[in-house]
Design a protein around this ligand. Sequence first.
Ligand SMILES: Cc1cc2nc3c(=O)[nH]c(=O)nc-3n(C[C@H](O)[C@H](O)[C@H](O)COP(=O)(O)O)c2cc1C
Length: 302
Amino acid sequence: MVDISTTIGSLRIKNPTMLASGIMDEDAGSMHRMIRSGAGAIVTKSIGLHAREGYPNPTVLELEYGLLNAMGLPNPGIDAYEDELQLLKKSRVPIIGSIYGATPDEFARLADTMQHCGAAAVELNVSCPHAKHYGMEVGCDTQLLYKIVTAVTEQVTIPVFVKISPNVTNIVEIASAAEQGNADAIVAINTVKAMKIDLETRQPILANKTGGYSGRAIKPIGVRCIYDLAQHIKLPLIGVGGITTGQDAVEYFMAGASAVQLGSAVYYRGPDVFRAVCTELKDWMSAHGYTNVSQLVGAALP
Ligand SMILES: Cc1cc2nc3c(=O)[nH]c(=O)nc-3n(C[C@H](O)[C@H](O)[C@H](O)COP(=O)(O)O)c2cc1C
């Protein structure tokens, strides 16, 4: 019998596939749809203190091997989003509230509201590659990140996840700052900073010019980040980036992840991708003699 349940610190999930932030999670209806599709946990859209419109179109492009987006963190602000979270209070799977901000105080206030609304954990998005003031500036400054994580972990009792960027050379230092601030898990990776130029107009196509690349093309980058982190960080790791099949999930587990998140795969394989990935994972595990996900975690590490 294959058991694909997993734990991330104190959080137990019935299967290791979580919906990644920003995809089909703008309201309770779409998140319910993902829960029905078999996701083990749901990460909300990243929410800030105040409503944000995001960037003008075009904001998402389908490229040859993945998606390029510069949404600009559009969201209704935490007060309006509370109504959506209330509708999910009886959800049978954990809801993880993703939040962004610029200061420790902003993050602490947002985390507090997420906890109050029933979130099982919060995920600090400090790694958006295209949101001015709220993205990489926060996640690359290790001292500021330490203060943010400390402020949040002192404010809430639910687990605190920190989502980090691949667009840096010191990913381990950044994760260490989060670890020192008492984070409960590291999520890696956010999108890879990228650009697409239209040959006819000779201009970048995205209104914001640069965006974040996601989907299958970035899986080797995500796997490398988890592998590096697993050798230096004691916290549980959640792998994200290009996971589309059960075997992709196995690769992330072997690199050191205890759970995975799927974003672009919902676009490529449809909302039922969670059930499909879990079936593929179970089939692969039983064919290879594994009975528990924990047996795979870190199997590729030196
Ligand atoms: C359209 C779109 C919107 C996204 N919005 C967010 C967001 O609000 N917060 C966040 O932390 N990540 C956001 N992401 C990044 C994803 O959560 C994920 O880290 C990334 O897409 C890599 O995973 P994937 O290859 O499975 O898509 C977004 C990604 C896409 C494609």
